[in-house]
Ligand binder design. Structure first.
Ligand SMILES: Cc1ncc(COP(=O)(O)O)c(C=O)c1O
Length: 352
């Protein structure tokens, strides 16, 4: 694959604070771009990070024909650049593309674009504790056409930026029983912009009430827990790890899958099954709900401090006692940093 590289003449790396970068605000020096036209992906290039030009009639601006992924690159103890499960992100983006009627970005294009970009901008990845390089691949329709039909042209890009952990504090969540994130037959399982845009209003209302995030419930009865913000949800009741099954309303999280795998490796009892809100509250009241936490690339593991339901806040057990979630977090960090063996082939090394 031929990738044309045009390096920036104004590198920003030396003047950037990489010890405590704010999530989503700083982007590294270069970006990968590919275009889809005449039925094929073409014109692969790495160019200086910068603005792009689009028509005011660009169909994505009007009809949200856009999908994205989110993953992280790390510098391990051996000073190598590693990425956590990138081919799973590539595969998930293909699933999102199918649902959104977009041409798939082949896994090989995703991986090569990512690899070459990370080689060039590897100086942005440090060993500072808790930091990583967030990688954001995304694809959007490019036709300058205000009309509802699949576009003939698309752009695929990868941008990256140094980040700290997303949530540093345990989170307060509200169980949402009015608004809906996803419905059966909809796009909940796809990582498409509209899902996130539609979540802004409910999330803002929850924040005004003092919560950090929402727990989404099913669209029909609002009785079953689905997911939270950009995280899947896990609960430990009676030493069993429980999480909702991923169907067409829940994003199939890669962190979720990794933690379920680690739990099964440890011999822990794992259940992927529908979870009723009342089950969580009852377990909490009986004192058998040991832990509740969100899992996702941004935060990796975010312990839940309290759960709000219909105006009542239920306090979770002290998060400092969260041995399971903290154990999973530590294990994942150890696999990424090279302390623990990568038994499942999750680590992709970016070699020079
Ligand atoms: C809606 C939603 N659920 C769950 C997740 C967690 O997925 P992953 O672990 O692959 O980051 C994300 C983040 O990508 C998300 O946006």
């Amino acid at each position: 694959m031929n990738i044309a590289v045009s390096k920036t003449s104004h590198p920003r790396l030396a003047s950037t604070d990489l010890k405590s970068p704010v999530f989503g605000k700083i982007y590294s020096d270069h970006m990968f771009v590919a275009d889809f036209a005449n039925g094929q992906w073409q014109d692969y290039r790495i160019v200086p990070y910068g603005n792009i030009s689009i028509s005011p009639a660009n169909t994505t601006l009007h009809y949200a024909s856009t999908i994205f992924e989110g993953l992280k690159a790390y510098r391990n103890l051996h000073n190598e650049v590693v990425v956590f499960r990138p081919s799973d992100n590539a595969k998930r983006m293909i699933k999102s593309a199918e649902r959104m009627c977009m041409p798939a970005v082949p896994e090989s294009l995703f991986m090569e674009g990512l690899t070459e970009l990370l080689k060039l901008d590897q100086g942005w990845i440090t060993q500072h504790a808790g930091t990583s390089l967030y990688v954001r691949p995304f694809q959007f329709a490019m036709d300058p056409y205000v009309g509802i039909r699949p576009s003939d042209t698309y752009t695929f890009m990868i941008i990256t930026g140094p980040v700290e952990s997303y949530y540093s504090q345990p989170v307060k969540v509200k169980i949402e029983t009015q608004y809906t994130r996803a419905t059966a037959g909809g796009t909940g399982f796809a990582k498409t912009g509209g899902n996130y845009a539609a979540a802004l209003r409910p999330a803002l209302e929850a924040q005004k009430e003092g919560y950090d995030q929402l727990i989404w419930t099913d669209s029909v009865s609002h009785e079953y827990v689905e997911e939270s913000g950009t995280m899947n949800l896990m609960f430990v009741i009676n030493d069993t790890l429980i999480t909702a099954p991923t169907g067409d309303t829940i994003l199939k999280g890669i962190t979720r899958d990794s933690i379920l795998t680690l739990a099964r490796d440890k011999g822990m009892k794992v259940e992927e099954r529908p979870i009723k809100v009342t089950e969580i509250i009852d377990a909490l009241k009986k004192g058998i709900l040991q832990e509740a936490f969100g899992v996702g690339t941004a935060a990796t593991v975010a312990p839940i401090q309290s759960i709000g339901l219909n105006g009542v806040n239920y306090e979770m057990p002290d998060v400092r006692l969260s041995q399971y979630s903290q154990g999973f977090l530590e294990n994942l960090n150890q696999i990424k940093s090279g302390v623990l063996e990568d038994k499942h082939g999750w680590i992709y090394k970016v070699l020079d």
